[in-house]
Design a protein around this ligand. Sequence first.
Ligand code: ZN
Length: 277
Amino acid sequence: MIAVSVYYNAGTLLSVFELANMIVDTHAHLTDKNLTELQPFLTQAREAGVGRIIAIATTLEDSRQCLELVARHDELRAAVGIHPNNCCQAKESDWEEIVGLCREEGVVALGETGLDKYWDDCPWEIQVDYFKRHLRLSRETSLPVVVHTRECAEETLGILMEEAGLGPVNGVMHSFTGPQAVADGCLELGMYISFAGMVTFKNAKEIQEIAAQIPEDRILVETDSPYLTPAPHRGKRPNHPALVAYTLEFLAELRGVSKSVLAEQTTANAFRLFGNW
Ligand SMILES: [Zn+2]
């Protein structure tokens, strides 16, 4: 017997064939001013096989704008939340509004959240507080969290492990840059690991070694548009969802599989984590 995975949702049915011909950009800042003229970028994405995109938010206002985009474009879904570098400007009522917004149609994740020691925009305690708020809301709603970490991967894993004592940690380490021990810890918690353009850079040997070994049912791809444009377009701005195809191609070669196999795996993973649409 041949096992054929199909994904049903709202009347749509996607076969393995369709999955293999579709890439999901799981992390794009589509409200960024560099992507103001969005439609041409969405058209290019579709032409490149990028059939679904998650618009990711950094503030309350951004969360609202992501939802407006979702209402206008069928291929989009939104993540709502407050970024660690923005959380100290958030008012208490902003968080309450995020809690309300995350129940709206079209929201598939919370974030981005996490911790950042590279930029000292927000005091550490406030970042930790907001990170834990997102994790608690994730447990309450079953929405996955999209986790950012910069120069504090061990501390981030520490909090995820602490919170795992309170309930399931469901989510993704986005634009993952290592180290291996943190990837291992996150995988053990049941999380997914997502790679952005950085993995394609020449000097990214450590990230490449990690990416080569991520189990096929836990790997995701993203652009993190408009930043971190993948090779061979490194340095060009803006990065945009169509270019995730380069990251996918690079990863496929690294992992010794065809592009269509990796597209099928990463798209199935994205739909398992975020629900399909
Ligand atoms: Zn981001």
